[in-house]
Design a binder for this molecule. Structure first.
Ligand SMILES: Cc1cc2nc3c(=O)[nH]c(=O)nc-3n(C[C@H](O)[C@H](O)[C@H](O)COP(=O)(O)O)c2cc1C
Length: 361
């Protein structure tokens, strides 16, 4: 009998993923300074498709230069980047996996552009050097179009889909948050207004790509760490609206998927979303999934697939070794040498030092 995690999964538009194990989007700072794909980025992702992950999500990838979050971030803001994306799509497809690009704008959390332009968001934040400008409706229109053009480029490069990064307090999530969005015009205030940005990004993206191109979204369902101003009931309503707007999947970023909802301690977020969403729209969960049991528990809660972050760094062939062969997953700490063997460049290894206890010299 086929293992439940290895069964194919269908997106709302009918596209088939070979299994239910995704590589979660992970920033790694390995790309070239101009946003182009590097050999290191290719090698790290390719090792995971080769290891059996059915869906390979890229790191957060900026759709506009004023939305770049980190140095060394992969970009999708210009047509000159398309050849790199084509190479990546071909490499991932050789292993039978799908390539999904996480389209992203950092908003208030962007780094200043090379010509010194300060970041902007729905509302102004901070002062002096750290000041974030309040965006204008022109900024919003330009950025919605940038998301759509980014998806068009992924489709042209042969990629299978995009995931709009609506989580973790970046631009789209900043609009959704009552803590970060203090606007009083039609872009702030009511949930309808705060969701205007994400809905227009979804609608414009959907309109820019063919029907068989997957368009999904990642949401932070409720407050976590510095991501504030979110409410799970509102997040579910937004997810429902996004399904009406053409979302092919909903991905909820939980950080610790073993935990129930903070607002409803007796219910798991996956169950709340699953019960509210159309059955043809798959639900993906992520957060502290290491073992096969952890993953199966997510399916029991109502998820259709799981996305692995740190477990996929430590176990590039998690689907083959841990699910198929039944071996125990390697857990941190890992030495730089061990991470190098797992196709991480020195730069990525350094980045992983931000996660306490992951890298051990
Ligand atoms: C190194 C690293 C980089 C990450 N970068 C992103 C990112 O670019 N976009 C995103 O949505 N989440 C990002 N995340 C969050 C992961 O996708 C995932 O949701 C989180 O790590 C929890 O899953 P895990 O416990 O399996 O690692 C990142 C996490 C890590 C560890």
């Amino acid at each position: 009998m086929t293992h439940p995690l290895l069964k194919p999964m269908y997106f709302a538009n009918g596209v088939e993923a070979p299994n239910r194990i995704w590589l979660a989007p992970m920033t790694n700072q390995q790309s070239h300074d101009d946003g182009a794909l590097s050999e290191d980025e290719l090698r790290w992702l390719k090792a995971r498709s080769k290891g059996g992950f059915g869906v390979i999500e890229t790191c957060a990838t900026h759709v506009a230069l004023d939305g770049q979050g980190w140095p060394g971030e992969l970009g999708i803001f210009d047509d000159y980047l398309i050849p790199g994306w084509r190479r990546l799509a071909d490499a991932i497809h050789d292993d039978g996996a799908l390539l999904i690009t996480q389209t992203f704008h950092g908003g208030a959390r962007s780094i200043p552009t090379k010509d010194g332009l300060a970041p902007w968001s729905c509302s102004a934040v901070g002062e002096g050097e750290n000041a974030v400008r309040q965006g204008t409706p022109e900024d919003f229109e330009r950025t919605i179009e940038a998301f759509a053009q980014a998806a068009r480029r992924v489709a042209e490069a042969g990629g299978d889909g995009v995931e709009l990064h609506g989580a973790h307090a970046y631009l789209v999530c900043q609009f959704l948050s009552t803590a970060m969005n203090r606007r009083t015009d039609e872009w702030g205030g009511s949930l309808e207004n705060r969701a205007r940005m994400i809905r227009q990004v979804m609608q414009a993206t959907r309109a820019a790509v063919p029907d068989d191109f997957v368009v999904g979204v990642r949401l932070s369902p409720e407050n976590y760490s510095s991501t504030r101003g979110l409410d799970i009931d509102e997040s579910i309503t937004v997810a429902q609206w996004l399904c009406e707007d053409g979302a092919d999947f909903i991905h909820i970023s939980l950080w610790d998927a073993r935990e129930n909802s903070k607002k409803y301690p007796d219910a798991h977020p996956a169950r709340l979303f699953r019960d509210a969403l159309p059955s043809q729209v798959p639900l993906i969960t992520a957060g502290y999934i290491w073992s096969v049991d952890d993953a199966l528990r997510q399916l029991d809660h109502g998820a259709d697939a799981v996305a692995l972050g740190r477990a996929a760094i430590a176990n590039p062939a998690w689907p083959q070794r841990v699910v198929q062969d039944g071996r125990a997953p390697t857990r941190p700490p890992l030495t730089p040498g061990q991470l190098g063997d797992r196709a991480l460049s020195d730069r990525f290894v350094d980045y992983m030092r931000r996660w306490p206890g992951f890298v051990e010299d």
